[in-house]
Each structure stands twice: as C-alpha cells, then as structure tokens.
Design a protein around this ligand. Sequence first.
Ligand code: GCO
Ligand code: MG
Length: 410
Amino acid sequence: SGSAIRSAEVLVSSPDRNFVTLRVTTEDGVVGLGDATLNGRELSVVSYLQDHVVPLLIGRDAHRIEDTWQFLYRSAYWRRGPVTMAAIAAVDVALWDIKARYAGMPLYQLLGGASRTGIMAYGHASGRDLPELFDSIRHHQELGFRSIRVQTSVPGIDAVYGVAAQPSSGGRYDYEPAQRAPLPAEEDWDTRAYLRHIPRVFEAVRGEFGPELPLLHDGHHRMTPIQAARLGKDLEPFDLFWLEDCTPAENQEALRLVRQHTTTPLAIGEVFNTVWDYQTVIREQLIDYVRSAVTHTGGITALRRILDFAAQYQIKSGIHGPTDISPVGMAAALHLDLAIHNFGIQEYMQHGARTDEVFRQSFTFTDGFLHPGDAPGLGVVYDDDVADRFPYQPAYLPFNRLKDGTVHDW
Ligand code: GCO
Ligand code: MG
C-alpha cells in the first residue's frame, strides 16, 4: 500500500556512454531514480541489482531508507567493493528521491537546507601542448568556470590520461574516460618524464593566467609516494587548489610520506567505496578533500556520513563528477554539496547532448556555480523512449604499460 515499493527497474542506456539507472516506483506511483554506473564494469552492477537486490525490494516501505541501506549492506554478508556499493548507492539515492517527492521538496531541503548560494565547479582543461592547453583554459573560462583542472601530454609519452586525443571544439576533454571497444586500450607511461614536465606546465599556466585562478591536477594513481612528494613540493610555488590521486591509496599510510614533504593540498578517494577506505587518511589528516562520488560509495546515506567524519578533521568535499557519473548521480552530489557545511568544490565535466535528452535535469550552471534547482526530489526525469534508442556497448577504461611492458596504474 502507499509507499510500498511496487517495482524496481534496472535501465541501461548508452547515449554518449554507458549508464545504469535504477528506477523505483511505489504503490502510489511515486518514482525515484538512482545511478548505478560503474565505468567499464556496468553489467556487473546490472546483475547485482537485477538478480540479487530487486527481488528483496518489492513490498518494502520506500520510506525506510536507513533500514534498507543497513539491510542491503549486512544481509549480503559479503561487503564493501565497487559493485556492491554502487548497487546500494542506486537504491539509496532512489529512496531519497522518493522521500523528497512525497515531501514536495528538493532533496537538499531534507539534508538540512542550503548552506550556500551556489556550488563552485571545476572543469577539465587539457591540451597536447601549451597553446592547446591555454586555448582550453580560456574556453572553460568563457563557459564560466572559475576553477580549472589542468592535464597535458608529456614529451615522450604517446597517449596519456586526461588529454583529448584530438581536441574537438575548444579542446574539450572529450574522449570519455572509457572507450567503446571490445578490449581496453593500452596507453604508455614514464613517471620521470612526467615529473620533469608538469612543474614547467604550471609555471607557464601561472605566467599566462596569473596567481588567482584555482588550478587542480590529477596524478591519477601513477606515482610512488616519494615521486608524489617530489611533485607536490615542485608544485608549491604554483599554489594548486589540489593534487589529486597522487599515489595509489589502498595503503592509506603512503600519504604520511607525501604529507611530510609538501603543503600542496591533496585529494583522494574517487576509487574508494566505503568509509573504511578513508579511516586513516581522514583521522591523520593526510588529505584535504574527499573525492568520492555518491554513486560509488553507497549513496547519500553513506557519503554524508563520510563527509561528517571528514568535517571533524577540517577536510572538505571534492565530489567526483566525470561524465561516467550520470546526471542522476550528479544531481545527488549537488543536493549534498548544497546542504553540507564542509563543502570544497564540485567536479563538473559536462555531459553530451544525447545524455541530456535521456536524463532531463533541473540543475543550473551559472557564472561558475552549480545549483541543483528546486524541483521536488533529485529533479531528474528519465526518458525511456530516448534511452531505448541507445543500447549498451562494451567500453573499457584504458590501462598503461611502461616502456619495458610492465602494467602500470592509469
Ligand atoms: C576524475 C577521474 C576520471 C576517471 C573516470 C574513471 O578525476 O574525473 O579521475 O577521469 O578516470 O571517472 O571512470
Ligand atoms: Mg581523478
């Protein structure tokens, strides 16, 4: 009756890239959406939801968000991990969407209301060389971005993370962080070449754009701790907003070494999926920003707890917002961004036009600031007719090999 869950549909569509969306509907006909997209492993989450979670949801009271979260996390017995936590996230976000719709409020109001007028966004500038990079930065400033991530090629490396292979209009980082292909694409890497090059890039960018513009850089897990310490120290004169994923952080203690050598702010966590992945780096203040997306970390219920834990250590949010976070996951992030006190910045890598046709969104991007809007719930509507035009296509994230052929973090 009423708020009991009548159906839960797992919807797959690939407008500009693959997305997995969960749509929960109550007996009253109230609909909630959740993002279950796990880039490169989408079908694992489809199965986890379809085969093991949806049957457990039918008949449950949609209002019981906390109980549903705890039930899905503990009754599976096997816990944590990207597939499990993306599936739980999709259910969690859909139930928050439903609850806010019943309340007739935008979700942020249920999370404590607005703590700021707008959400500072950062965009992805990239370039194979400095002229292309400078054009891309100017292009993003013209789009309104007031904070900008900088990624470039590195002499001697053919294909590198974060740089559009061939810039489209204005050098947008258009190549998806996944390529539609039967197999992952191999890219190459040379850390010493990278360490020699990046400080010079930021020196040039500061020279061209001045000391004010907040600049971010993503190390993307490719350095050892001492190499990350070296880059952090070399970048100090250029006053970065953050250096992201400077070293693989499964060993959270590795960040102690980096912290000893540099005051460049550190952002970690887009590949984390529970609070346990953060326990040491937050408690020992080894990072400055929490990078998780709502979609990868068990939903709003889980990420708000991680951010509350981080707030006790003066650590702020830096929610992950690439194009493989769907507009549903993005909307969930924006409602959380608006409500929490320890907001830092929001990644915003604009979705393609076809994606915007599948997901009709309410959020706005004005003069560098995002806002989730005031539509009830998340404010996103899924268009099945458009979605059905874009069936799933296998796509993988690239991977690196070093010159001697050794596989390396990408
Ligand atoms: C970022 C991330 C992405 C990831 C992508 C993986 O900072 O946005 O590093 O670029 O590579 O989200 O699917
Ligand atoms: Mg990143």
